[in-house]
Design a protein around this ligand. Structure first.
Ligand code: FES
Length: 67
């Protein structure tokens, strides 16, 4: 199980696909479509999110390792 805060709300995920990116998780599982997909390769910055105190490309990282 993975637990994390999303916009100050505690979330728990039991069956997260290890191949799902943070971008896909946000858009497809949570309906957070404000996070956009551009290049899908970590180059354009359209999917930038804040994880902890860092910004990162949500399309380039797996949700299961960074959620
Ligand atoms: S979609 Fe371009 S960096 Fe993620």
């Amino acid at each position: 199980m993975i637990q994390f805060l999303l916009n100050d709300e505690l979330r728990s995920e039991d069956n997260l696909d290890p191949n799902t990116t943070v971008l896909k998780y946000l858009r497809e599982q949570l309906g957070k479509t404000g996070t956009k997909e551009g290049c899908a390769s970590g180059d354009c910055g359209a999917c930038t999110v804040v994880l902890g105190s860092y910004t990162t490309a949500a399309c380039a990282i797996k949700a299961s390792t960074h959620a």
